[in-house]
Design a protein around this ligand. Structure first.
Ligand code: TYD
Length: 204
């Protein structure tokens, strides 16, 4: 089973990924992954992508995210799913569609097709989309130290958020979560949803 978490920077994805991991880990074999990163090549690519002083072309940025993901799918995600593990991924294709497709203006469908090629068409069983108004994130969550992508400005984030909304509306397996609620409420909703999904799969 493959679960991904999506949303803008600062929305609390990483905390929720960790809490879901701990919840599932009691009864299942779970692997949690962070994008970009995790593999050796992925970590090297992550460094390039997030360095503040790097002036990357938009296309280069896209290819680097996809290169990292392609490694991750072949070397880690696919083998783990084959072994019956639950794989949780902190960001996946929908991040690239929202950030590069909509945010950088490359185009959602073009990026989607490239993502499908890079990931051998694997799609998550559940996408958790953590959502909060942009103003709320700017006021409460955007951290003091910014990486290259976080330096892209508010208008960029507006495009990314509108892009997420537009794109995810078309997908059947998305669970949108109000991330302004307290951490415990968000995590218990997520855990309950996954438990029910697993129970339904068993009944099939
Ligand atoms: P992330 O590691 O989630 O950020 P942080 O650890 O700082 O919370 O993601 C790093 C940045 O990369 C983030 O701004 C989102 C961006 N990103 C893309 O632009 N495209 C992608 O495909 C992915 C996976 C991330």
């Amino acid at each position: 089973m493959f679960i991904t978490f999506e949303g803008l920077d600062g929305v609390g994805k990483t905390t929720q990924v960790e809490l879901l991991h701990n919840h599932l880990n009691q009864r299942h074999d779970v692997l949690t992954i962070k994008e970009p990163g995790t593999t050796e090549i992925g970590n090297t690519v992550r460094e390039i992508l997030l360095q503040k002083d790097k002036d990357l072309e938009t296309e280069t940025e896209l290819f680097l995210f996809l290169a990292s993901r392609s490694e991750l799918v072949s070397k880690v995600i696919k083998p783990s799913l084959m072994q019956g593990k639950i794989v949780i991924c902190d960001r996946f294709n929908e991040s690239t569609i929202a950030y590069q497709g909509y945010g950088r203006g490359i185009g959602a469908y073009r990026v989607y097709n490239m993502c499908m090629f890079a990931t051998q068409n694997i799609t998550p069983n559940i996408i958790f989309y953590l959502h909060a108004p942009l103003e709320y994130l700017i006021e409460n969550r955007f951290s003091g130290k910014h990486d290259r992508i976080e330096n892209s400005g508010v208008s960029f984030y507006k495009k990314v958020q509108d892009g997420y909304e537009d794109w995810l509306e078309t997908l059947p397996n998305v669970r949108k979560i109000d991330a302004t609620q307290n951490i415990e409420k968000v995590s218990s909703d997520i855990a309950a949803y996954v438990d029910e999904f697993i129970a339904n799969e068993k009944r099939k």
